[in-house]
Design a protein around this ligand. Structure first.
Ligand SMILES: C[S@@+](CC[C@H](N)C(=O)[O-])C[C@H]1O[C@@H](n2cnc3c(N)ncnc32)[C@H](O)[C@@H]1O
Length: 261
């Protein structure tokens, strides 16, 4: 069952790799660039020279951002095609020499994480956990490759709103969303969704409640010492307007900082 789900996830990202690479570009899409990456960067609070491992790096936008700020980054992802895009972009687009390397690693395989070496000063995973049928291997792996007091920052779609089952509430006059009715939250489920209106094939993703997500981290020995709930920007580029841009009081994402103690 898990093997099948892993394969479905891999097939989805492999198939979508060119589309996503183009959409994300060198610096990530506007949500990544304006909301998720600054939150992760601030929570990591790293100094130049820090050694970082990234899980689910996609085409490497955050790894390059850290690299430009002087960090030494090992960025990993399940999808060989996205890793190839990340390498190409880092070689050809980066405007300065950065210490960033890439490796194909399945973050649901703890042994594969341990093979990445370490110790690392910090770990990060942005918008990856919704694609993972299991989280214990990544949390356990992070604990084992982090140095003591090292931070692991996870930014994910908010389980209470964005991956929960919801219906949109719309105003009668404008037809614009002004709220959500949450219909399903506590039970774990597997579903399909689009992260982008231009996306043709929906992606498989895994909903789990906040307590379940945290329980997997705590069972691995990590403690939570920071949290920030993140809303979408209210004034995006017009054609990129998503429902979240109309809901500034509802956090679409959450950044969690765990620590190895
Ligand atoms: C929404 S994208 C986020 C990419 C990047 N972190 C960003 O914020 O732009 C999700 C990423 O998770 C990766 N992924 C999915 N399952 C994974 C797994 N088991 N191990 C590692 N990466 C995985 C996908 O290949 C994809 O690159």
């Amino acid at each position: 069952m898990i093997a099948q789900l892993r394969q479905q996830v891999l097939d989805g990202w492999e198939k979508g790799a060119d589309f996503f690479d183009e959409r994300w570009g060198d610096q990530g899409d506007e949500f990544h660039h304006d909301v998720f990456a600054p939150a992760a960067e601030q929570m990591l609070g790293l100094e130049r020279g820090a050694k970082v491992i990234e899980f689910a790096c996609g085409n490497g936008a955050f790894a390059r951002r850290l690299g430009r700020a002087g960090m030494s980054v090992l960025a990993t992802d399940l999808s060989p095609s996205l890793i190839a895009h990340a390498e190409r972009r880092t070689e050809t687009i980066s405007d300065q020499a950065v210490d960033v390397s890439y490796q194909t690693v399945d973050a649901t395989d703890e042994r594969a994480i341990l093979n990445c070496g370490g110790p690392f000063d910090a770990a990060v995973c942005i918008m990856g956990v919704m694609s993972m049928p299991l989280l214990r291997p990544m949390f356990g792996g992070a604990w084992r490759v982090l140095r003591p007091r090292g931070a692991f920052v996870v930014v994910t779609l908010h389980p209470g709103y964005a991956t929960a089952g919801y219906k949109l509430a719309k105003s009668e006059e404008e037809g614009e969303p002004h709220g959500l009715t949450i219909t399903r939250y506590l039970s774990r489920y597997v579903t399909h969704g689009r992260t982008n209106t231009a996306q043709k094939e929906p992606q498989i993703y895994f909903h789990r409640s906040m307590s379940e997500l945290l329980a997997d981290a705590f069972a691995s020995g990590l403690v939570l010492d920071g949290m920030e709930e993140l809303a979408a920007p209210q004034q995006p580029i017009e054609e990129a307007k998503l429902m979240w841009n109309f809901l500034p009081e509802i956090p679409m994402a959450v950044a969690l900082r765990f620590r190895r103690v």
